[in-house]
Write a protein that binds this ligand. Structure first.
Ligand code: DC
Length: 223
């Protein structure tokens, strides 16, 4: 079991997916679960203060992930929701429901169900600290705010979304604050996590470092 945590834009999603693929392990994008609950709340017009209803939605999520050639697809029951989950609206709703303890407890239970042989790579904010405290290897991936904002800005530009770098940076700083300052499961490195700053590293270099740490723990890629 590998836990990869870090702030948004640190590259943890890309890296965690790649490492899971190389190991032939399952992959859990825990942020997508928060986004799905956020989306459900928006769709059904559930108040963000109605914690009981939101926790029940979280417990009952029938979600399925599939990875086709590096392209992650997400289904909720029989409906494909890949694009909706990645929308800014889903991200904003996710960050509103993420501080609710009942929702976090329900999603933690759901997340633990993804741990199956031959192994799991889980990506999020509290994988190593709260959800999988006994993970074999824990990595906390960071990068400077400027670099993370630049990466997100380039991603948005590629998608044809017109934003300014300053706006992306401001938004990211606000999100960092919300994630690190919330009282339940705040974003922080586990005491036994290996911290990696990816500001000046290529994705290949980061993946290589993770594989090295896994090797030290006796875990090697399938090919
Ligand atoms: O990583 P992401 O942008 O998809 O995450 C969406 C939101 O969910 C973000 O505001 C942080 C929150 N989140 C969380 O609180 N705990 C996790 N394990 C994953 C995401």
């Amino acid at each position: 079991m590998l836990a990869v945590d870090g702030p948004s834009g640190s590259g943890k999603g890309t890296i965690a997916r790649q490492v899971a693929e190389l190991l032939g392990w399952h992959f859990l994008d825990s942020g997508a679960l928060y986004r799905l609950v956020g989306l459900a709340a928006l769709t059904a017009e559930i108040d963000f203060n109605d914690t009981d209803t939101l926790a029940n939605i979280a417990l009952g999520l029938e979600v399925r992930f599939a990875n086709k050639g590096g392209d992650e697809r997400i289904w909720l029951q029989d409906r494909e929701v890949s694009a909706e989950v990645r929308s800014e609206a889903a991200g904003a709703a996710a960050s509103q429901i993420a501080p609710l303890p009942a929702v976090r407890a329900a999603l933690a239970q759901l997340q633990r169900g993804f741990r199956r042989p031959p192994g799991l790579v889980a990506d999020g904010r509290d994988m190593g600290t709260v959800v999988f405290p006994d993970a074999t290897v824990k990595v906390f991936l960071t990068a400077s705010l400027e670099e993370r904002a630049r990466r997100r800005y380039n991603q948005l530009k590629e998608k044809g979304i017109d934003v300014s770098l300053a706006a992306v940076s401001k938004d990211m700083a606000a999100r960092d604050r919300r994630d690190t300052e919330r009282s339940v499961a705040p974003l922080k490195a586990a005491a036994d996590a290996r911290i990696l700053d990816s500001t000046d590293l290529s994705p290949e270099q980061v993946t290589h470092q993770l594989l090295d740490w896994l090797k030290q723990a006796g875990i090697t890629p399938k090919h």
